[in-house]
Design a protein around this ligand. Sequence first.
Ligand SMILES: Cc1cc2nc3c(=O)[nH]c(=O)nc-3n(C[C@H](O)[C@H](O)[C@H](O)COP(=O)(O)O)c2cc1C
Length: 278
Amino acid sequence: MLKPHHLTEYTVYLTEAITAKLNPVQDGRPSGTGRLHYATRAAEHRFLLHFARSRGAPRVPHFPAYPRSGPAWMVDAFGLEARQRVVEDFVRSQPKLVAIPGSIRTYSANLAVLRTLADHCSARVSVDIFGLHHIPPYNADLDTDTPPGAVESLRAAIEQSDGLIICSPEYNYGIPGVLKNALDWASRPAYNSSLKGKPALIMTASTGQFGGARAQSPIRECLSATLCRVVIRPQIAIPRIDKKIAGGRLTDPFTLSQIDEAIEDLIKEVKLGKGAAP
Ligand SMILES: Cc1cc2nc3c(=O)[nH]c(=O)nc-3n(C[C@H](O)[C@H](O)[C@H](O)COP(=O)(O)O)c2cc1C
């Protein structure tokens, strides 16, 4: 007989799996929502084993093995809605981040870093990458109540996010023009734009030995002018980035661990802004 605490247990199992505590999903498995799906399935599988044993089942019923689909009686027991609700609540509770690459090159290494980050951290945050290809050069004449569509989208993406990640190369010791231009658009109306109070993490990556470190301060300075809350932490400047990308993904474990820590710091900053204990 199903009891209310069984549903609570089920919820805990799913949530733990999604946050990868119970069943860390390794690289090589599908990314993004696919990853979430597999993690959820694995949790259901474990839960069913636990559930059956805890009810003293004389023998554990047959469960199709992970990652094949779960048994129908699971759905009968709890209803699809319960499962859906757990997953949706979790996704909704994740900080929503917008990631902006400072390069519009098709095979941009900075874009690759952000794509990797989005997948790698998908259990903790949801990341949308916003490319700057369609942002026109800043022109105050166009900065009216009806700005260019791409600018409107950029401002809305920032507005609707809980935080911002920038990953940019250094161009001639400074901010690449496309990034500075986008930040100029996003910064209006001055001191009251979508960037105001937004937690932001800065990362740089370059083929050079300093990892674009000389662009860090100018980006930080620029964001300060918009009243962004730039996360104060050790800088992430990834040198020799061309040697750390394969198949459009960042493959360097050390850099990935640095990024992990930085994302934790950004999440703390997001929580601080929402008044929760970090
Ligand atoms: C116009 C230009 C200026 C550059 N200036 C620098 C620089 O000052 N320092 C540096 O480390 N790399 C510099 N680079 C190299 C870039 O950091 C490198 O090409 C980087 O991978 C570009 O990022 P992406 O792969 O995301 O496009 C420059 C590249 C370009 C095209």
